[in-house]
Design a protein around this ligand. Sequence first.
Ligand code: ZN
Length: 274
Amino acid sequence: MKNELSTCVLGSSSAGNSTIIWNAGTAILIDCGFSPAYIASQLRRLGLRISDLKGVFITHVHGDHVHESTVRRLIQERVPIFCPPQIEPHLQKKYSALARASHQGLLKVIKKSEVELSEFHIRPFEVPHDSDGGCFGYSISYDAEGRTKKVSVTTDMAYPTKSVVGHIADSDVIVIESNYDVEMLEESTRPVWLKRRIREEGHLSNDQCGESLLQIIDRSQTLPKSLALAHVSQECNTNELALECTKAALDRHGIHGISVFETHPDRPGRTITV
Ligand SMILES: [Zn+2]
């Protein structure tokens, strides 16, 4: 349909992250942490090709968000890759394919507060997740049917700041991490330093995901329609626990009518259309 805006998390975990947002005329990816074969086959399922992408937006330098051979494929197809200036030198240093994209004018540094691609306004916002040069979420807005439709994606956050909450507020669709269950993390065999890193500057627990959503809803004029819980740890969490925790947080505050969806490490989640 002409004015519909769709979102699909193609896959999300510490092994790979990529989300597609598209309408009838424009398609973009947030991150490209999967092989070109996987991304191409998932796009084909949606009736799209890699060459249809108007841009790929990188959140941060960690290896589960950038797949070098996918970057090479994007270069071949002349698809531009966008990133905030703070992470650009780190991306070029870590990924030779991105250095090559830069030489070919295909690595675009976002110099203003937002990028306009056809009908999409794409706005990066910084999140505290620890990564060289920083880490960013993205909000995508699209004016349709006399109102603005908005999707926000933040698969790595650590904790919500006032600014993050403000950027995500009034989204129709929110893709947010619900990384770990506190007890499962404590009981895991992970080293103490890693547990601390995950808790303090890495990721949101299920409880923190629920709390962050409540803060976002509190700042919003309208309720989000759908939530997708992403980056669910395979070792220290389950989709069932993540869903249960966020639904319970919304219920406790008398918030109803929001669909909450799971995502998967190795297959796409549900396509959410608003
Ligand atoms: Zn990360």
